[in-house]
Design a protein. Structure first.
Length: 133
């Protein structure tokens, strides 16, 4: 059903500050950044192996990442699993009794089609399904 860990989303206060750790300390490479207006977030992509770390900085103090940091502080915010067909995957989740945050896919960073599962249905982890062409 899910194919691999597509990416891990990390909520951070400042991309510039956080990149110092990922680049200078861990030696990872910044592939690029993108603003996703829909989610009020600026994303930095750091590929590693066949997955990547996505650092998420809020562009709005009311955005979901800003609210997350306010409640829980910086840290891992979600895990994204790759699927081949997201519409089919969403249907399958619903058939299995999973509560979806997104009943329909929306567009995330890099033009991926994404949908979030509700953490109440996943033992506390915000899980994202992600389809890429
Ligand atoms: Zn994500």
């Amino acid at each position: 059903m899910v194919k691999k860990v597509d990416h891990i989303g990390v909520a951070v206060k400042s991309l510039d500050e956080t990149l110092k750790f990922y680049k200078d300390v861990l030696g990872m490479k910044l592939e690029g950044t993108e603003v996703v207006e829909d989610q009020k977030v600026k994303v930095a992509f750091l590929p590693i192996g066949d997955t990547e770390i996505e650092l998420l900085e809020s562009t709005d103090k009311e955005g979901p990442i800003a609210r997350y940091i306010e409640k829980r502080g910086e840290g891992i915010q979600h895990i994204a699993f790759r699927v081949d067909d997201i519409e089919k995957a969403i249907e399958e989740m619903k058939e299995k009794g999973i509560r979806m945050i997104d009943e329909k896919p929306r567009y995330g960073a890099g033009g991926a089609k994404i949908a979030f599962l509700h953490p109440k249905s996943t033992h506390g982890v915000l899980v994202e399904l992600c389809e890429r062409k």
